[in-house]
Design a protein around this ligand. Structure first.
Ligand code: PNS
Length: 166
């Protein structure tokens, strides 16, 4: 039987840290479905279509990966997709409380689906979409933290980044 994991998130935008988790998740699962939550209540820098396109482009050379979007409960989506696991990356300690809460809630909602955490690579320990957007907005150099395509898209959003900042 194919082992499928869902890697859910906002991916606003996808970072090199996310790609590292997908790459390593593929060592444990036959298929990783990277799934963006459709959340009309939250304000995003990139619209859903752009986030899907960035993920698809950045993951095109990975075999066993699919990019999708979902709404409603994650566990319902996971069971619709025949997944047995939810994959999440853990960075610094600060991630722990939120992730722990989510994992326990998901377990309560569906005991058949296991949450699997992968420790982020040391290189990506402080990489997050939010911190990247914050730095890029004011022209901070985020090269190496995001794939080249995402860097181009950030330059399109933040002219200060294009000028090299400061
Ligand atoms: O990248 P993010 O924003 O930290 O991802 C959060 C996400 C999408 C994984 C989480 O908000 C989620 O799974 N939402 C779906 C709704 C749901 O199932 N909620 C109950 C479990 S907390």
């Amino acid at each position: 039987m194919e082992r499928i994991a869902i890697y859910p998130g906002s991916f606003d935008p996808v970072t090199n840290g996310h790609l590292d988790i997908v790459r390593r998740g593929l060592k444990l699962f036959d298929r990783v479905v990277v799934a963006i939550l459709i959340n009309p209540k939250k304000q995003f820098l990139f619209p859903l279509e752009d986030r899907l396109e960035m993920l698809r482009t950045c993951l095109q050379d990975f075999s066993g990966v699919e990019v999708d979007a979902f709404d409603g409960l994650l566990v319902d989506y996971a069971s619709r997709r025949g997944a047995t696991a939810i994959l999440r990356g853990l960075r610094a300690l600060s991630d722990f409380e939120y992730e722990f809460q989510m994992a326990l809630m998901n377990r309560r909602l569906d005991r058949e689906i296991q949450t699997v955490f992968l420790m982020t690579g040391m290189r990506w320990i402080y990489t997050s979409s939010s911190i990247i957007k914050e730095a890029a907005q004011f022209g901070g150099d985020v090269q190496g933290m995001v794939p080249p395509m995402v860097l181009d898209r950030l330059r399109g959003k933040f002219p200060a980044l294009d000028r090299g900042g400061r």
